[in-house]
Design a protein around this ligand. Structure first.
Ligand SMILES: CCCCCCCC/C=C\CCCCCCCC(=O)N[C@@H](CCCCN)C(=O)O
Ligand code: ZN
Ligand code: ZN
Length: 478
């Protein structure tokens, strides 16, 4: 399986080796990026000073990118960046690399070092954005900078889109870039974004880490539940207050998980590809899912992360009520964040939620919703998927399995379905469960060595994408 060379294949790729000085520069540049607090607080509420500073910062640390004649740079939606890298062969369909420069807030509490310090400790750079997602922003531009310094000229054109509001919707960044490219008539061969990793230790009986390339992502429904009651004196309370009614409603939602959808969606493909990697007897079980699916489906529910793969999840994330200790509360509101399994729709989940609550004193307000994403191809003919696979095999030769999977979070790539059917979410980094807890959590960090490897991966990927051939079906055709 893979990509077939032709006479046009670049004779000798530029080796992905970096000098000691370059390696120091690249890690210092990442630290500088972490120190700029580009926080998204809520839709439309960003640290605009930091976003503007970030724009100046990338000019400073990647001067060659900005002065190269075949690269066009545009600022979109005030703070997002779009780079158009013109390849020498217009017959090759362009692709796009995505990343986002905004981060979620990070209060200091619980961090070993301040979250916007970018401090290095024991070989790790700490800070908000080191995994989500300034690592990708900086690694993409760093790899391009290093290629340009080595006089690289791409054959296949590509775009780099860096959104500034991914963490709150992408409405001002990714959506505008997508509309701009659509207006220019651009169609893309594929997109590569954040959203998955080389996963290590997420499934107990799996012997080795494997690379999961997410070919779909879950949808979402932000639902606000509201109960109104006439306020009054707390000395003569009604049998139920708005708070009590609402608490019972959200408790019912928490206690009644959405149906287990194991068997539909990309997870089946993931497990089939992994089957032989499990130790005995799990390998027998995963090789015979037709027989053991009830058992596997129950096993998947046990851990939070694997549970998120088999169903629409329900997270009560906000609860507001009450105005004074001796006043019966007039209104109580709770917000529930559902992450929708690819085999369900927003409308189905809304109906299920209402059927669980069954209380007409509770009003439902849909704040925002997004359908799950279609499944991108991962077969032998899928150029983007095969290029990712090829580059993983080169940069991580110890990884035996590259499997398609699903992203349990949302990414900016969801705004680009108008431009391509090939959307792949993969960050070339090892991720363990404790690293996952750092994403949106505390002590988010990346090892210096992992960041260098990410730069190396993109450095090779950009060159691999210059291939002019289509993927081939069978190895024996090589
Ligand atoms: C058998 C396979 C086991 C798989 C285990 C999966 C482990 C999880 C791996 C990776 C998931 C990390 C995803 C990182 C991307 C985070 C993107 C993000 O934070 N997006 C936000 C966007 C919010 C937009 C506003 N609604 C989000 O989803 O909240
Ligand atoms: Zn992200
Ligand atoms: Zn995030």
């Amino acid at each position: 399986k893979g990509l077939r060379d032709t006479e046009h294949q670049r004779a000798s790729p530029i080796p992905s080796q970096f000098s000691q000085e370059e390696r120091v520069t690249m890690k210092e540049s990442l630290k500088g990026a972490i120190q700029i607090p580009t926080v998204s607080f809520s839709p439309g509420e960003f640290n605009t000073t930091a976003l503007a500073e970030f724009g100046e910062y990338i000019h400073k640390v990647f001067p060659t990118v900005f002065r190269t004649s075949f690269i066009q740079h545009e600022v979109v939606g005030e703070y997002s960046h779009l780079f158009t890298v013109q390849g020498s062969d217009p017959s090759l369909q362009p692709y796009m690399l995505l990343a986002h420069i905004d981060v979620v807030p990070a209060p200091d509490q619980g961090w070993e070092v301040p979250p916007f310090s970018g401090l290095e400790r024991d070989g790790f750079i700490y800070g908000r954005g080191t995994l989500d997602n300034k690592n990708s922003v900086m690694a993409i531009l760093q790899a391009l900078e290093l290629l340009l310094i080595r006089n690289y000229i791409p054959r296949r054109s590509f775009f780099i889109a860096l959104g500034h509001d991914e963490e709150v919707s992408g409405a001002h960044g990714a959506q505008k870039i997508s509309a701009l490219l659509q207006a220019r008539g651009v169609q893309l061969a594929f997109i590569v974004d954040e959203g998955s990793f080389i996963l290590d230790g997420f499934i107990p009986s799996l012997k080795k880490p494997f690379a999961m390339v997410s070919v779909s992502e879950k949808g979402s429904l932000d639902l606000m539940l509201e109960v109104n009651k006439t306020p009054g004196h707390s000395s003569a309370p009604p049998k139920e207050t708005s708070i009590g009614i609402l608490a019972a409603a959200v408790s019912r939602l928490e206690q009644t998980p959405m149906p287990n959808m194991f068997g539909s969606g990309p997870l089946k493909m993931t497990l089939q590809q992994l089957a032989n990697e499990f130790s005995f007897p799990a390998n027998v079980i995963f090789n015979n899912l037709w027989l053991f699916w009830p058992l596997v489906s129950r096993l998947m529910e046990r851990e939070d992360i694997t549970n998120a793969l088999v169903r629409t999840t329900t997270a009560v994330t906000m609860f507001n009520a009450g105005i004074k200790v001796n006043v019966i509360p007039p209104v109580a509101q709770a917000t529930v964040n559902f992450r929708i399994h690819p085999a369900q729709t927003v409308q189905e989940v809304l109906k299920l939620a209402k059927d669980i609550v069954v209380d007409d004193r509770v009003q439902f307000h849909v704040l925002e919703s997004f359908e799950p994403l279609p499944v991108s191809p991962s077969d032998d003919q899928a150029l983007g998927y095969q290029l990712i696979r090829q580059t993983i095999q080169s940069v991580f030769p110890e990884i035996n399995i590259v499997a398609p999977g699903i992203c349990i979070a949302q990414t900016d790539s969801r705004h680009y379905t108008n431009l391509t059917t090939g959307i792949y979410r993969f960050n070339p980094l090892y991720l363990q469960p404790q690293d996952f807890r750092g994403i949106h959590g505390i002590n988010e960090r990346i090892s210096v060595q992992a960041y260098e490897t990410q730069v190396k991966f993109i450095f090779e990927f950009i060159q691999n994408a210059d291939t002019e051939q289509r993927p081939v079906s069978h190895l024996h055709e090589l």
